[in-house]
Design a protein around this ligand. Sequence first.
Ligand code: NAG
Ligand code: NAG
Ligand code: NAG
Ligand code: NAG
Ligand code: NAG
Ligand code: NAG
Ligand code: NAG
Length: 843
Amino acid sequence: MGGSTILFSFFLLCFPKLSISTNTLTKSQSLQTNQTLLSPNAIFELGFFSYTNSTWYLAIWYKTIHDTEKTVVWVANRDTPLQNSIGFLKIDDKGNLLIVNQSHKPVWSSNHSTPITNPVLELLDSGNLVLREENENDPTRFLWQSFDYPTDTLLPGMKLGWNFDTGMEKHITSWRVTNQDPSSGDFSFKLDCRGLPEIFLWNKDQIIYRSGPWNGDRFSGVPEMQPVTDSIKFTFYADQHQVYYTFSIGNNSLFSRLSVNSVGQLQRLTWIQSTQVWNKFWYAPKDQCDNYRECGAYGVCDTNASPVCQCITGFRPRNQPAWNLRDGSEGCVRKTGLSCGSDRFLHMQRVKLPDTTSVFVNRSMGLVECGDLCQRNCSCTAYANIEIRNGGSGCVMWVGELLDVRGYPSGGQDLYVRLAASDVGIEGDSGKTSDTIRDIGIVVGVAGFILLALGIFILWKKRKLQPILKGKTEKRGFSERSQDFLINEGVLSSDREQSGESNMDDLELPLFDFNTITMATNNFSEENKLGQGGFGSVYKGSLKEGQHIAVKRLSKTSGQGIEEFKNEVKLIVKLQHRNLVRLLGCSIQMDEKMLVYEYMENRSLDAILFDKAKKSSLDWQMRFNIICGIARGLLYLHQDSRFRIIHRDLKASNILLDKEMNPKISDFGMARIFGTDQIEANTMRIVGTYGYMSPEYAMDGIFSVKSDVFSFGVLVLEIVSGKKNRGFYLANKELNLLGHAWKLWIEGNAWELSDSSIDTLNSASEVQRCIQVGLLCVQERAEDRPTMSSVVLMLSSDTASMSQPKNPGFCLGTNPMETESSSSKQEESCTVNQVTVTMLDAR
Ligand SMILES: *[C@@H]1O[C@H](CO)[C@@H](O)[C@H](O)[C@H]1NC(C)=O
Ligand SMILES: *[C@@H]1O[C@H](CO)[C@@H](O)[C@H](O)[C@H]1NC(C)=O
Ligand SMILES: *[C@@H]1O[C@H](CO)[C@@H](O)[C@H](O)[C@H]1NC(C)=O
Ligand SMILES: *[C@@H]1O[C@H](CO)[C@@H](O)[C@H](O)[C@H]1NC(C)=O
Ligand SMILES: *[C@@H]1O[C@H](CO)[C@@H](O)[C@H](O)[C@H]1NC(C)=O
Ligand SMILES: *[C@@H]1O[C@H](CO)[C@@H](O)[C@H](O)[C@H]1NC(C)=O
Ligand SMILES: *[C@@H]1O[C@H](CO)[C@@H](O)[C@H](O)[C@H]1NC(C)=O
């Protein structure tokens, strides 16, 4: 409360506006453009505002949040503004809310003419503006409420969808220009209640994205959607009276909103108290495969495949030449026509279910019954469960084309697609769906294994024969650059696809002249050398214009050719976040490759954190800011950037600090540069640093975002304690930092872990929270570890409930590669300890 009172008086000082002291407006009163109405706890404010002085709007904004501008969440007269600052809001005799202009003509009306005796207009703490009878507090008897007329923002408790009893539909529509012009824009997010309901994002009258149907836990097309540690809860409700999507917040000191902006992006924004910014928690469309019907009918979009459009098994491209040129929009057609009775079903896993606007739905039917029904009805092309919980329930059946299917590395749902028996590759035995599914499962499994083996073989071959193959592919025509050579490179094809013919797209690649770099770094002199990392040496340089840069001279072991390298740099240059070191561009001389970064004044975290003399200069507040910053940077890499990036080598020496000691993650995307990036897959080469590697990565080469979460956890514990995990490990297994932290935690003495060289007395709860987050992140089982979005939330709110950590992964003591690690020459240097191990023989 104290905080908001101070903020409140600050507002009064800054704006010459007179707030009406109460939070209600009655029939005899009016609200002038220089007055505002406050919600009881001063969370929201209603008033007039203008960006231009020539258009005035009645709006609701957060009173307690003052970003660079007011965060407006609702606008009454978005398309009928007042032309000048003279006007007011009033309640007329019929119970209408009216905004009238200088000549006392209404420019906007709530159009709700119900007889009303003592009307009261009130702004609630939820942000809902309600019109009610004076003594009526039952929400169901409100006469009018702003929550029924959303603008571009969905607040907690607001519903997006249909009420069939009243015929009322609620959706959100973007501003014409976000933060500039609130009039209705082109983009809207609307629930379609036909078939199995789902929500579509429209650009005028074109669908550009769909959420997929609700599967009981989340939308089929948003596998990353999860309730956040009890803080944000998502709800989808459907019965014969209404169908809607809504969300709620466990603690009303946390602010979160869903809105659609004027460039057609749907965003969930969450207010971070500690940094006072709206953080982009989630957004869509995220990638090429989110584009509606990207791969046409019967196509499957998969960002990890190259090209991203594939046909469902048993289908082939409808227009092969266009398909070769990476235009999948015409989709696919069956290889073999259906024959009804003897058709079989292909079991597809982890997909976004096809468009469900015209499907048959029965919520009480199970999967087997659903399959039988589909088998018997010759026009049924596919079926699936509706809900995924408790082994799945409900039946949805498609007739006709399957549109807008995409695959996910994890999450997604199971879909059963009708195929001619010959396309499935099994003869006879029709009817028994469940057997069919099992059989197909086996076939698909075996085929998958063969493909995997083939993939590994090709990759291995490719590695050995790289120069030869490279020469070959370059001579071949573009359309012949067959998938085989691109297989498993894990390179997004979207940016590469133009590279076939021209070099025009080099223009967008910031390419530095080699001579400029040589001069800037004083011919790569020893004095300019900042350090030596696993990927190469780093030099400080200054350009003629005075700008300082850091140049990373990549070691020549990089698996990539020049073209691939350029493509990767182009992708990574686009990743921009205040907690990532900015990659400015690259330079190429013969087969030598260099990356040019912005220069960080305070160098790397490890040089301060692990230095006895310097560590005390990092007080707790700085450390906490560093932890939060790294978390946000990592979240961006994992989730928000267009391409999911797994860092794979997160460690203290890869955290650089700028002038203000803000943390910036460096060396991200190196796995891509070195041509080995895949999502949740086995890798041939283990890139990473002992001490920070998750057990599953170090032992089996399996990496995923959760391996980064593990490294992050180690880093958090290091920052809290000021001690190196790796140092512990080399000395004595029992003294492993993780083990030490865990021991203190179960004894209830976690706080003792904090660095004795700094004062943490006043921040005990924050320290405790960080230790808990750290321990949650280093849990042995990857499934148990939180995602970075949960981590960011846990760090930013001291009320988010956190689970109790289970035991951490002690991969280090049992690592089979231990000997290679300790024989590394670079063990002494604190910035260099990257070890590369080839796992090829082990497979
Ligand atoms: C607010 O505006 C009205 C007329 O628009 C004016 O009469 C009144 O004095 C103003 N109040 C303040 C506090 O400026
Ligand atoms: C709007 O009017 C105010 C007060 O007259 C003035 O300070 C401000 O610059 C004007 N803004 C614009 C965009 O014209
Ligand atoms: C007030 O609104 C009326 C009706 O919309 C319009 O004709 C009139 O020009 C407006 N007057 C001012 C001063 O904006
Ligand atoms: C109220 O009704 C008028 C006339 O039918 C219409 O032009 C206006 O858009 C309506 N206002 C709202 C807020 O729906
Ligand atoms: C919500 O959070 C605030 C501070 O973050 C805390 O003081 C309050 O007790 C919390 N309320 C609930 C219901 O958890
Ligand atoms: C849905 O399935 C159940 C169970 O098979 C059946 O009893 C019911 O009649 C079906 N409802 C409709 C509308 O088909
Ligand atoms: C097959 O299913 C569709 C969609 O539910 C239905 O319209 C059609 O009548 C069914 N055909 C048969 C033969 O049952």
